[in-house]
Design a protein around this ligand. Structure first.
Ligand code: ISL
Ligand code: CA
Length: 554
C-alpha cells in the first residue's frame, strides 16, 4: 500500500442522516456538499459514503437495484459529479460502498434471472433445487431472520439470500457476473471515484454444495456463514478484481469481512498478494455478544477488548481502526460513558481510534460524542433487523419488555438518527419531518456547541488528526502492547526511527493509580484530555475518569 493511502483518515457518512438540503426529511448529496468545509476543518481526507444508488430501501440502500443510478432521494448524477469535483478541490477523496455480495430483488439482473433456467442472467444468482421433499436446499438461516432460501415458482428452485429475501446473493462463479461487477467499478472509477468499501466481501465465494450447518442454540436454522465465509475462490476473485480495476485506477479499498480470523484476514491485505488495502474485522465487536448473539444485553470487559485489538494490531500488516459504524451502537454509550463522563470518554476513545497502527475510521457524529437513543417503543425504530430480532427473541421465550430492552441497546438505529448540527428545529438537519426521529438530546449535543468550545470532543478529534498527520510514528510506526494485566487501562507504544509515543487510556469511571510496567528515561506529554500540573511522565500515574494521555518518550 502506498504512503498516500496510509496517511488518510476516513470519515463514514451515513448519507440519509447527514444533512438534508431540500427538506424532504432525508439527507442527500447536496446536503453533504454543503458540509464539505466542516469535514475538511475536522481534518479527515477520505469520505466513505453508504450506498447512494437506486434502491427499494428495504435495507437502507444495501439492496441496490441499479449500480449506475443515484437514488432520487439522494440527488442526481450531476450532484454526484459536483460532489466529486468539490471534494477533490479540497483534497478530499470519495469512497463508495460496493455492495456486490447481493443485489436488490428489483435489480434487472434478478428480474431476468428468476424468469427461467436458460437466459443470459440465469446463473447470476445462487439457485438450487429443492430437497426431495420440496424443502430448502440447506438449513442456513439468514442474517435478518428466517431461512436463507426463498422459493421461486417460475424456476421451481430456491435462491439464496444471506440477508433479507429482497437481497438475493450474486453468483461469483459466473464470469459474466464478475465482469459486470468490474465494469460497474470501472464506470465509477472513470468518473473520479477514489475507492470502494466492499460490503460483506468475505461472503462472495459460495460452495458448490450447501451442507447443513450445525443448529445454533435454541434455533431452527444453522449459522448463515457456515461453510460460506472465506470460500474456496474468494482470493482468486479479489486478485482478478485487483488486476482488472483496482490496480489500473489506483483505488483505495477496504473489505468488510464478517467471520474472518486474523490469519485469513492477512491474506486479504498482504501487499504481495495484490488484493485489498485493508479490511474491517469484527472480533472486537463481539466483546459484548452473549447467549442471544449480538443483541444480548451484557456489558463488555476491558480485558476482552484489549486482547482482541492487540491480536489484530499484531496480526495484520495494516489495520483499519474503528469502534463504531452504521451497524453498531454509538461508541460513547457502548465503550465509554454517555452520562457524566461523555466528553472525557469520547475523547479517550478518539485516542484509541486514531493512535493505533492503521487507518482510522470516524463514524459521523462520533466527533461530537453522539449517544445511543432512548427509544420508547419499537415503532420509533426503522431498521428491519430491529423488528426481526424483536420477533425472534420473543419466539425464543424472552418476555416483551426484555426483548425490547435488548433490541433498544444494540439496534443499528442508535447510530442512524440525524446528525446534530445545532439546537434549532430538528437539530438543523431538515425543516420537515425526518425519516427517523432525532435523538432528543440535540439541545445539549450538537456541532455548533462543539465548534464554540476549545475543549470539545470535536476540537480534540481535530488535534488528534493533526497530530497523526505531523508524526510519522503515529502513521506507520511499530505497535507494541504495554499493559497486559487485567487493569482498567489500555496502553501501547508506537515507535519509528527511535521516536516513541506511549499511549495510556483509562476506562475507569473513577480516579485510579496506575504503575507503568515499562522503564523509560523521560517523557513529555503530547496530548491528553485533562490539563495536568506537570507534563513530565512519572512512573506512577494518577488517572482521572476516562483519562487518555500520549507521551513522547525520550
Ligand atoms: O452487523 C451485523 C449483524 O448484525 C453484521 O453481521 C452485518 O450484517 C454484516 O457486517 C454485513 O453488513 C453489511 O451488509 C449488510 C447491511 O445490512 C449492513 O448495513 C452492511 O454494513 C447487508 O448488505
Ligand atoms: Ca433531502
Amino acid at each position: 500500500m502506498n504512503r498516500e493511502k496510509k496517511t488518510g483518515v476516513v470519515y463514514e457518512v451515513y448519507v440519509q442522516s447527514f444533512n438534508d438540503s431540500n427538506n424532504d426529511g432525508i439527507g442527500d448529496l447536496q446536503g453533504l456538499i454543503e458540509k464539505l468545509d466542516y469535514l475538511k476543518d475536522l481534518g479527515v481526507n477520505i469520505l466513505w459514503l453508504t450506498p447512494i444508488f437506486e434502491s427499494p430501501m428495504v435495507d437502507n440502500g444495501y439492496d441496490i437495484a441499479d449500480y449506475k443510478k443515484i437514488a432520487d432521494v439522494y440527488g442526481t448524477m450531476a450532484d454526484m459529479d459536483e460532489l466529486l469535483e468539490k471534494a477533490h478541490e479540497k483534497g478530499i477523496k470519495i469512497v463508495l460502498d460496493l455492495v456486490v455480495n447481493h443485489t436488490s430483488d428489483k435489480h434487472a439482473w434478478f428480474e431476468a434471472s428468476k424468469q427461467s433456467r436458460d437466459n443470459e442472467f440465469s446463473d447470476y444468482y445462487i439457485w438450487k433445487d429443492p430437497k426431495a421433499d420440496g424443502s430448502e436446499p440447506s438449513n442456513h438461516g439468514s442474517v435478518f431472520g428466517g431461512s436463507a432460501w426463498e422459493y421461486c415458482p417460475e424456476r421451481n428452485q430456491y435462491y439464496l439470500h444471506l440477508f433479507a429475501k429482497e437481497q438475493p446473493d450474486l453468483n461469483w462463479k459466473s464470469k459474466a457476473l464478475r465482469e459486470a461487477v468490474y465494469e460497474t467499478m470501472e464506470f465509477w472509477a472513470k468518473k473520479g471515484v477514489d475507492g470502494f468499501r466492499m460490503d460483506s466481501i468475505s461472503l462472495i465465494s459460495k460452495p458448490d454444495e450447501f451442507e447443513d450447518a450445525p443448529l445454533l442454540d435454541n434455533k431452527k436454522y444453522g449459522a448463515y456463514y457456515q461453510g460460506i465465509t472465506n470460500g474456496e475462490h474468494l482470493h482468486e476473485y479479489l486478485h482478478e478484481m485487483y488486476e482488472r480495476v483496482l490496480k489500473p485506477y489506483n483505488l483505495f479499498t477496504i473489505g468488510e469481512t464478517p467471520h474472518t480470523d486474523v490469519e485469513q484476514g492477512q491474506l486479504y491485505v498482504d501487499p504481495k498478494r495484490e488484493e485489498l488495502d485493508m479490511i474491517f474485522q469484527f472480533e472486537h465487536m463481539h466483546v459484548d455478544y452473549g447467549e442471544y448473539g449480538r443483541y444480548s444485553d451484557i456489558a463488555f470487559k476491558l480485558s476482552d477488548l484489549r486482547r482482541d485489538l492487540d491480536h489484530w494490531q499484531k496480526g495484520l500488516s495494516w489495520n483499519s481502526n474503528y469502534l463504531g459504524n452504521h451497524d453498531q451502537p454509538r461508541i460513547v454509550s457502548r465503550f465509554g460513558d454517555e452520562g457524566k463522563y461523555r466528553v472525557k470518554s469520547a475523547q479517550m476513545l478518539a485516542m484509541l481510534t486514531i493512535m493505533q497502527r492503521g487507518t482510522p475510521f470516524v463514524y459521523q457524529g462520533e466527533e461530537i460524542g453522539m449517544t445511543n437513543v432512548d427509544f420508547k417503543s419499537m415503532s420509533e425504530m426503522r431498521d428491519l433487523e430491529a423488528y426481526n430480532t424483536y420477533e425472534l427473541l420473543k419466539s425464543l421465550g424472552v418476555e416483551d419488555d426484555q426483548a425490547f430492552a435488548m433490541v433498544k441497546w444494540k439496534t443499528r438505529d442508535n447510530a442512524r438518527t440525524p446528525m446534530q448540527w445545532n439546537n434549532q428545529k430538528n437539530a438543523g438537519f431538515c425543516q420537515s419531518e425526518p425519516w427517523i426521529a432525532l435523538n432528543s438530546n440535540y439541545d445539549k449535543i450538537n456541532v455548533e456547541k462543539d465548534l464554540a468550545s476549545e475543549d470539545s470532543i470535536y476540537r480534540f478529534y481535530q488535534k488528534l488528526i493533526e497530530l497523526r498527520k505531523t508524526n510519522d510514528v503515529l502513521i506507520d510506526g511499530d505497535y507494541q502492547i504495554v499493559e497486559t494485566n487485567d487493569s482498567d487501562v489500555i496502553s501501547f507504544m508506537r515507535e519509528k526511527d527511535n521516536k516513541k509515543i506511549l499511549i495510556v487510556l483509562s476506562f475507569a469511571n473513577k480516579r485510579i493509580k496506575y504503575n507503568l510496567p515499562i522503564q523509560f528515561e523521560n517523557g513529555e506529554l503530547l496530548i491528553g484530555n485533562y490539563s495536568l500540573d506537570s507534563n513530565e511522565l512519572n512512573h506512577t500515574l494518577y488517572l482521572q475518569p476516562y483519562e487518555g494521555r500520549a507521551y513522547l518518550i525520550g
